[in-house]
Design a protein around this ligand. Structure first.
Ligand code: NI
Length: 171
């Protein structure tokens, strides 16, 4: 397995709609494993393929308690049901480090997806898992969690990120 480079906002690739995976071949399986490794490396709870520059509908996540490891791979994930009640969670993103904002989303969702062995599945998510899968599916559609914020807050964060990217590029 190898660790992948996580793209930082702003980056045009993070705004792109990802295409469905039609064939789960060796390269997709390797991508999933590399994404899991990368997610753990940066202590993230989820990662979408667009965040590593691959514009395909692949998500990995693990919202289990610290010390436990229950990685999940979701290929072509789709929300087929979402609850009327909503939850507020403080969200962060590996593409927007050190920024956390409270975002309101449906509290629970049902997701249709294909697993890493190519089996079509359905799963129910609630709590942090529900927020996380919605955040990741947004990535596949070119949407970031800061897009839910007001324009002033969003442009403040983008400016801060541009400055941060300049600084790390100097090193
Ligand atoms: Ni994210």
């Amino acid at each position: 397995m190898s660790e992948l480079t996580v793209l930082l906002h702003p980056d045009p690739r993070l705004k792109k709609t990802c295409i469905p995976v039609t064939n789960i071949d060796k390269s997709i399986k390797k991508l999933c494993l590399d994404m899991i490794e990368t997610m753990y490396k940066y202590s993230g709870v989820g990662l979408a393929a667009s965040q590593v520059g691959i514009l395909k509908r692949v998500v990995v996540m693990d919202c289990s308690e610290e010390g436990e490891k229950k990685p999940k791979v979701l290929i072509n994930p789709e929300i087929i049901w979402s609850s009327e009640d909503v939850s507020l969670f403080e969200e962060g993103c590996l593409s927007i480090p050190d920024i956390r904002e409270e975002i309101k989303r449906p509290s629970s969702v049902r997701i249709k997806f294909t697993d890493i062995s190519g089996v079509l599945k359905e799963d129910f998510f609630e709590g942090l898992w529900a927020t996380c899968i919605q955040h990741e599916i947004d990535h596949l559609n070119g949407k970031l969690f800061i897009d839910y914020l007001g324009p002033i807050k969003r442009s403040f964060i983008t400016k801060k990120m541009k400055k941060y990217k300049k600084e790390i590029n100097k090193k």
